[in-house]
Design a protein around this ligand. Sequence first.
Ligand code: TMP
Length: 215
Amino acid sequence: AAVMAGKRGALIVLEGMDRAGKTTQCKKLVQALQQSNRPADLITFPDRTTPIGQQISAYLKSDTDFEDHAVHLLFSANRWEMVPLMKRKLEQGVTLVVDRYAFSGVAFSSAKQGFSMDWCRNPEVGLPKPDLVLYLQLSPAEAALRGQFGDERYETSAFQKAVKQNFEQLLKDSSVNWQVIDASQSVEDVHKDITDRSHKAIIRAQSLPLGELWK
Ligand code: TMP
């Protein structure tokens, strides 16, 4: 007997600079989708709960040190270890809202001396490809109004400036469905913008196979 194939969920990523509101918006989006009867789950990278994620967390707090290439590969491994779960959920029709992904991996590591974007992208090649990547854009001046940097590694204005330039480079990659969101709007306006675009991406994804990133 013919069996109707279930409709897959969409893979939706939020990226952007610190204090652009990614985490707030990810949570609000998951809630809004669930309330409109679309199954949705939140995924956060780094996922600090796994053994690899705990190493990353210690590194970010400067409790441990890792060689720069090694830590890049740990961030990437932390994504790959979640891939079976992600694929299972997507196949079950669950939309995944992801707080940071391979783009943060590339933007942050390639802000370090001697790291090319190409080298940084390599371990990420073949990850599940997002159906939509929302870039929450906020000027450094506007970000500064929202408060001070935290005290984790990478939270300095010089490093963040380099990261921002790398994100702007990544935004030019037309193989990725980037959509830029004006994150200087109110929380509710940003939320509405993101929710509208996500609903469209979910409908589109239902009739498309899940892709492979940068492959
Ligand atoms: P968080 O503040 O969103 O928890 O992210 C932790 C830090 O890790 C943040 O400074 C961005 C950085 N990062 C990387 O360097 N590589 C990655 O692959 C990811 C996901 C985050």
